[in-house]
Design a protein. Structure first.
Length: 241
């Protein structure tokens, strides 16, 4: 029996960000969307999730959810059977990027959710095309549903995230790093660097997608996940391959 798949949305997002994948994969396997809404530190969020997640599980994390996924892998490598990271960043915030988040944190504290969305989902975030407005409208609706207090916590967690390079180098399970070709938030070069850290990491660039490939190119994203999910759990080393 296939292990259950746990999906971790990014900041601003709820389960709807994985809507196409939930619809496509739910007839084939058990799926759980775990919230990353409780805690102002990645470590705190991960600790709470480990208390409620299955004994062993596959893991897909998007953006900030990818950082939570890396923390789960760091803390409980024996429980994670495979990992996929989408539009994620393995590096800690720099002093400058941490400072750049401060205006958004102030807006979230003041309850100005729509302005936070506009500040995070800029012109370089989504692929060109007719779906841009629809995707951003969904993100705005998800953010409003989560509420300013939750988004404030997520931004604080983002600001304080650690470097996960060592944890990824120790990863011993099938891994996928996926990003959109037009993602200006976590561009191809950064995702390629992330994939190179993982001994068993495959790298996939989704054409016609930006920071939300699961929504912008749902069929291609789902197929990439299916290939990853079919990978055998016992893998040959890169030298043997």
């Amino acid at each position: 029996m296939q292990e259950p798949l746990v999906l971790l949305p990014g900041a601003l997002c709820d389960a709807r960000v994985f809507g196409p994948q939930l619809a496509a994969l739910s007839p084939e396997m058990a799926l759980t969307v775990a919230p990353i809404t409780r805690g102002e530190r990645i470590e705190e969020i991960a600790s709470g999730l480990l208390d409620v997640l299955p004994r062993r599980f596959a893991l897909l994390g998007s953006a900030l959810g990818g950082n939570v996924a890396m923390e789960l892998l760091r803390r409980a490598p024996d429980r994670v059977t495979r990992i996929a990271l989408m539009s994620a960043n393995a590096l800690a915030e720099t002093p400058q990027s941490s400072a750049d988040l401060e205006p958004l944190i102030i807006k979230a504290r003041a309850g100005r959710v729509s302005e936070v969305v506009d500040g995070m989902i800029g012109p370089d975030c989504l692929a060109p095309g007719a779906s841009r407005g629809e995707v951003k409208a969904l993100v705005r609706d998800m953010a409003e549903h989560l509420g300013a207090e939750t988004i404030h916590r997520q931004l604080k967690a983002m600001q304080r995230r650690r470097d996960y390079q060592v944890a990824l180098r120790r990863c011993k399970v099938p891994a996928l790093v996926l990003c959109g070709e037009h993602d200006g938030v976590t561009p191809i070069k950064r995702n390629s660097f992330l994939a190179d850290l993982i001994p068993y990491g495959d790298f996939e660039v989704t054409e016609g997608a930006g920071h939300f490939p699961m929504l912008e190119q749902p069929d291609a994203t789902t197929e990439a996940l299916r290939v990853w999910l079919r990978k055998p759990l016992v893998l040959r080393s890169p030298v043997e391959a």
